[in-house]
Design a protein around this ligand. Structure first.
Ligand code: FPP
Length: 235
């Protein structure tokens, strides 16, 4: 069944999981799994652009990931710099608008610099909004939003005054969260934004995820009956 182009999710977020297991299954170091994960990122970003999706947010590094061995954290940060350099031209050609969310100021200096350069170069494009969640945690995001509001003199929050201070304030509404590798948790990812999003879990490990898996997740989304707490719109 082809996708209904009128009912594409406005914003898809992906919890990219399973790089380590992919590597272990091949007798490779974990870093090799992350490197293969970058190739999956490229395939999925390309597919998302071609499908005409509005926004794609990828969970690349959580605030909890600092707890991994320092060699793995270092490898992930170097991989980020390397991938941004390698992909910049194709992202530019595809008019991808790059952004990043998270406590970016706590990233290592080199990663911060390379990320800022890529966002500067690609941040004004008008196509797919690709957002990398880096040193991201949803609880921290909500705390940061509250503190930003207090600094602005807000004395009493409502949903709008809080949402407009989240890192995602200018992104479209989140419609679909995809998690790979069979796990069923949100893991501190976009907790506020996911309130009414559909959740699709796939057993596929992230390095094996490709265009067809993305399409399958969107097809699953299009089959769901989204009620937002109300009654079914289907007969
Ligand atoms: C989870 O797999 C994946 C991560 C913690 C990192 C995701 C990073 C990438 C895909 C590469 C860098 C991204 C960009 C955007 C350049 P895991 O290590 O937790 O896997 P496991 O659960 O099998 O051990």
């Amino acid at each position: 069944m082809p996708l209904d182009p009128e009912r594409l999710p406005r914003h898809i977020a992906v919890i990219m999981d399973g790089n380590g297991r992919w590597a272990r299954a091949r007798g490779l170091p974990r870093a090799a799994g992350h490197k293969a994960g970058v190739d999956a990122v490229r395939r999925v970003v390309r597919a998302a652009s071609e499908l005409g999706l509005g926004a794609l947010t990828l969970y690349a590094f959580s605030t909890e990931n600092w707890g991994r061995p320092s060699a793995e954290v270092g490898a992930l940060m170097r991989l980020l710099s390397w991938a941004l350099g390698r992909e910049a031209l194709e992202l530019e050609r595809n008019n991808v608008r790059l952004g990043a969310i998270g406590r970016l100021s706590d990233l290592p200096a080199a990663a911060r610099k390379d990320l800022a350069a890529a966002v500067e170069r690609l941040g004004k494009n008008t196509g797919l909004r690709l957002t990398l969640a880096l040193n991201y945690g949803a609880r921290q995001e909500i705390v940061d939003a509250v503190n930003a509001g207090l600094a602005d003199g807000v004395r009493r929050f409502d949903e709008q005054s809080l949402a407009q201070r989240l890192y995602t304030a200018d992104l479209p509404e989140l419609d679909l969260v995809v998690r790979t590798s069979g796990e069923m948790r949100l893991s501190n990812f976009l907790l506020w934004q996911a309130a009414y999003a559909e959740f699709v879990a796939t057993p596929v490990l992230w390095p094996d995820f490709d265009r067809e898996h993305l399409i399958a997740a969107i097809r699953e989304f299009q089959k769901r009956d989204r009620r937002f707490g109300g009654l079914s719109t289907k007969a």
